[in-house]
Design a protein around this ligand. Structure first.
Ligand code: FE2
Length: 266
């Protein structure tokens, strides 16, 4: 496969969250992403949804605009062929956020990257996701494999999808970055065909590992080359065009050791 990767979850805007600290951090991170085969990047600083209904919203967005413009200019000078856009990782800490500002969306598309507070989904998560979807803000839940309280049959994740949400897993979870539970959950999601995308969630510092390649290698090793192509390339690239993802066929795991481990860990 020669098609390149699209990555729409990363933290590369200096000085606004726990990602890149400086422009040098951000450029170093972009270099690693490009070297791994990424041609399309949306960077997504952490953001609290409750800020959208706070009077500080305008001032905070003006601050973000200035930080974004600095990194955008530096990246476009150094990597003129990279499609580099802005988005946010919106923490849903309120039941009624106003997501109408296009800067809250992913790179000029209808899609919005969302996460839950405290790595725990609220009981009314499906209703909240359905309201966002009905308002035209296509929600993508970031790293579902990392939340607490996900039942072993993934009923909760199915309810989010039925409410209109899409699901984005982290490459690092495939590689074990987030521990054995997240790794088990992401492979279970793959086996049940629930995942729509993979992205790096790279926090843009030289001392951090960029997990795209080792996650991709692990998925391929388990027979998921076709899934990797859809989740990491085809579907993210469709997102950059504002199009919905293609369905991803369930991963067939016939490796007996993996099967035994899954049965044991469940
Ligand atoms: Fe993130």
């Amino acid at each position: 496969m020669t098609r390149s990767y699209g990555d729409f979850h990363s933290h590369l805007v200096p000085g606004v969250d726990d990602g890149s600290r400086t422009l040098a951090d951000a450029l170093h991170s972009i270099d690693r992403m490009v070297s791994a085969g990424v041609t399309h990047v949306i960077t997504t600083p952490h953001f609290r949804a409750s800020l959208t209904v706070d009077r500080e919203f305008g001032a905070y967005m003006a601050f973000l605009d200035r930080r974004w413009e600095a990194v955008r200019r530096a990246v476009s000078d150094a990597y003129p062929h990279l499609d580099f856009r802005r988005g946010l990782e919106v923490r849903l800490d309120t039941a009624a956020p106003d997501l109408s500002d296009p800067r809250l969306h992913l790179g000029g598309t209808p899609f919005v990257l969302v996460e839950w507070s405290m790595f725990t989904a609220p009981p009314d998560a499906p209703e909240l996701l359905a309201r966002l979807a009905a308002a035209g803000h296509a929600p993508i839940v970031a790293h579902p494999e990392r939340y607490g309280g996900i039942d072993k049959d993934l009923v909760a994740l199915r309810a989010w999808k039925e409410a209109g949400a899409l699901l984005q897993g982290n490459y690092g979870s495939l590689a074990g970055q987030n521990g054995p539970r997240a790794r088990r959950l992401i492979f279970q999601m793959l086996e049940e065909g629930l995942l729509d995308y993979l992205s790096s969630d790279f926090h843009g510092r030289p001392e951090y590992t960029f997990h795209l390649s080792d996650g991709a290698t692990e998925l391929t090793r388990r027979g998921g080359a076709g899934q990797l192509d859809l989740l990491g390339k085809v579907n993210p690239r469709r997102l950059f065009e504002g199009k919905r993802p293609h369905p991803v066929p369930p991963l067939q795991t016939d490796d007996p050791v993996t099967q035994m481990l899954h049965g044991f860990l469940r």
